[in-house]
Design a protein around this ligand. Structure first.
Ligand SMILES: [Ca+2]
Ligand SMILES: [Ca+2]
Ligand SMILES: [Ca+2]
Length: 322
C-alpha cells in the first residue's frame, strides 16, 4: 500500500502541471491590423513570423524588423550619355545597344536583373545601373538603406524589372535621398523627403528647381535640366583633369596597359563596360573623335566655379560622407 502511494506521488509530480493555461487566456490579448482584403491577427504569446503583401501594402507580424517597404520615384540624368545625345534630356543607351550592360549590378549589393529587361527600347530603355541611398534625417552621413536600381533613358530610376517604382527597406518617414553612379559624382537632396508605403514620392534631380545638398552639386545642361557630373573614372568622389591621380591619367593608364593593346598605343580604343568610358558610348578612348579625355577637360573647364577656366580645377562630390 505504501509502495502504491509512492507510485501515485511520482506520477502526479511527473505528469500533472502545477497550473494550466487555458487557450482563451493566450488569445485574450493582442490586436489585428487590416488593409483592404488582408488582415493580420496577433496575440500575446503567439510566435508567428509572417508578412502579407497586397499591392504596395505590406503587413508584418512577429519578429520581422525590416518589414517596412517604402516607395520612392527618383529621376536623374547622367552627364556622360547626354554629351552627344541626339535628343535633349534623353540619354543615349549605347551600352545597352552594344550588349555591354551587365545583368549584375556593379555596386555592392550585386543585384541582378533578367536579360530581357535590356530588350526594352525607346525612352524607357535602360542606360545603366545606379545606386540609391536613404539617409537619416538627423545625420545625413548615416545610410539607413541602400540598393542598386536601373536608370531609363528619360531619367526614371526603376526596379530591376526595368519598369516598377523603387522599394526601399525602411520605416515611413523623412530621408535625405542620394543617387550615385560608378563614374559620375553622386548627389543628395538638400532637404529630407517624406516617403511612405502607399505611393512613390518624387525626387526629381533633373529639375534645376529641386534643391540639392552643397554647391553646384550637378551640371546645368543647355536644356535647363540638371545632371550628375561625369568623369570620375576612379570613383574617388572628384573629377580631375590634371595631377598624378587625375581621372585622365586613370584613362591613359587603362588604355596603355590593356591586354588588347600589347604595343601600348595611346590611340587604341577599348570597347566594353568601363568606368574610363566617360561619355558611356561603350568605348574607352583617349584620343580621336568623341574621346573620353576631352570630355573630362570640357567638364572641368566649363564648371561654373572654375572662373579662370584652369585645367587644374577639381570638381568634388557634394554628398557628405563620414
Ligand atoms: Ca520613363
Ligand atoms: Ca576621380
Ligand atoms: Ca567613351
Amino acid at each position: 500500500m505504501k509502495i502504491l502511494s509512492v507510485i501515485i506521488l511520482i506520477f502526479t509530480i511527473t505528469f500533472c502541471p502545477a497550473q494550466s493555461i487555458e487557450r482563451f487566456s493566450i488569445d485574450n490579448g493582442g490586436a489585428s491590423v487590416s488593409n483592404g482584403s488582408i488582415q493580420l491577427l496577433y496575440t500575446i504569446g503567439e510566435v508567428n513570423v509572417q508578412e502579407i503583401d497586397a499591392g504596395s501594402v505590406s503587413v508584418s507580424e512577429g519578429f520581422i524588423t525590416s518589414g517596412f517597404k517604402i516607395l520612392v520615384d527618383p529621376k536623374v540624368f547622367l552627364q556622360g550619355p547626354l554629351i552627344n545625345a541626339a535628343t535633349p534630356d534623353i540619354m543615349e543607351d549605347d551600352l545597352r545597344i552594344n550588349d555591354q550592360l551587365p545583368t549584375t549590378s556593379p555596386y555592392e549589393d550585386n543585384a541582378t536583373c533578367n536579360t530581357t529587361v535590356f530588350d526594352i527600347t525607346g525612352n524607357n530603355a535602360i542606360v545603366d545601373w545606379v545606386w540609391l541611398e536613404l539617409r537619416d534625417a538627423n545625420d545625413n552621413t548615416k545610410i539607413i538603406n541602400a540598393r542598386s536600381a536601373l536608370l531609363q533613358r528619360d531619367g526614371d530610376v526603376v526596379d530591376v524589372d526595368g519598369v516598377s517604382n523603387i522599394t526601399m527597406q525602411a520605416p515611413p518617414t523623412g530621408y535625405y535621398v542620394t543617387v550615385k553612379h560608378r563614374n559620375h559624382l553622386g548627389v543628395m537632396s538638400a532637404q529630407t523627403i517624406m516617403l511612405n508605403e502607399s505611393s512613390a514620392t518624387d525626387a526629381d534631380f533633373t529639375d534645376n528647381a529641386f534643391n540639392t545638398f552643397g554647391t553646384n552639386a550637378q551640371v546645368l545642361l543647355a536644356s535647363g535640366s540638371t545632371a550628375l557630373w561625369a568623369g570620375d573614372t576612379n570613383n574617388d568622389g572628384s573629377v580631375q583633369f590634371s595631377g598624378g591621380n587625375s581621372d585622365v591619367n586613370i584613362l591613359k593608364d587603362f588604355i596603355l596597359n590593356h591586354p588588347s593593346n600589347p604595343l601600348g598605343f595611346l590611340t587604341v580604343a577599348i570597347n566594353g563596360y568601363f568606368n574610363q568610358d566617360v561619355n558611356m558610348d561603350g568605348i574607352a578612348k583617349f584620343s580621336g573623335t568623341s574621346n573620353d579625355s576631352n570630355a573630362i577637360k570640357d567638364i572641368i573647364l566649363n564648371h561654373p566655379g572654375n572662373f579662370l577656366n584652369i585645367p587644374t580645377f577639381t570638381i568634388n562630390t557634394q554628398v557628405p560622407e563620414n
